[in-house]
Design a protein around this ligand. Structure first.
Ligand code: 5GP
Ligand code: MG
Ligand code: MG
Length: 179
């Protein structure tokens, strides 16, 4: 596995520190409120697990799985719900938790969809964001790290379903993806 990685972009310690910081802000912003955090499968599993344990605010957790129609690694913005929420979010304070915002097309679609269900509030927390790849402007309340426009894996993020269990975020060596 060591051979497959080009470099470690964000260490486990940096992720932990950043999530503690974001959790502190979330605690202040949602004080006295009933918060539902929604993780987008599968990439957000690690962020959800660690963020949920870092906040003091009592939260409930739910999950969605979506698939973006598109060729290869390109997101098209045309999205299909593979697993919907179990929760009726009408009147609820909802925080969508993402692993990464690349073009932003998937999340943009998701926010429109969730917004139509009448939540009391709707906000986004993402561990990673690639500003150079943005195709839509999304207001993201909580951003962990802005990163260069490079393909990253680890901490929930996969390449062909591998590397999700790495405790850090890294970049792949070109030979792994045929570069
Ligand atoms: P978007 O609609 O923002 O272009 O796509 C978001 C999704 O694309 C993410 O949830 C993730 O599954 C995938 N993605 C985008 N960039 C990367 C990346 O650098 N590494 C990995 N592993 N997945 C990515
Ligand atoms: Mg995601
Ligand atoms: Mg993936």
């Amino acid at each position: 596995m060591g051979n497959d990685l080009k470099s470690v972009l964000i260490t486990k310690e940096e992720i932990d520190a950043k999530l503690a910081e974001l959790a502190g802000r979330i605690d202040r912003d949602y004080q006295g409120r009933d918060l539902l955090i929604v993780g987008v499968l599968k990439g957000a599993v690690m962020v959800m697990a660690d963020l949920a344990r870092a906040v003091s605010t009592p939260v409930t957790m739910d999950w969605m799985a979506v698939s973006s129609y598109g060729s290869g690694t390109r997101s098209s913005g045309v999205v299909r719900i593979l697993k919907d929420l179990d929760t009726d979010i009408a009147g609820r304070h909802v925080l969508v938790v993402e692993d990464i915002i690349d073009s932003g097309l998937t999340l943009s679609w998701l926010l429109t969809n969730l917004g139509s269900r009448g939540p009391a509030s709707l906000a986004v927390c993402t561990l990673l964001r690639k500003p150079e790849a943005a195709q839509v402007d999304i207001d993201v309340a909580y951003v962990g790290f802005d990163i260069p426009n490079e393909f990253v894996v680890g901490y929930g993020l996969d390449f062909a379903e591998k590397y999700r269990n790495l405790p850090f975020v890294g970049t792949l060596a070109p030979h792994v993806y045929g570069g």
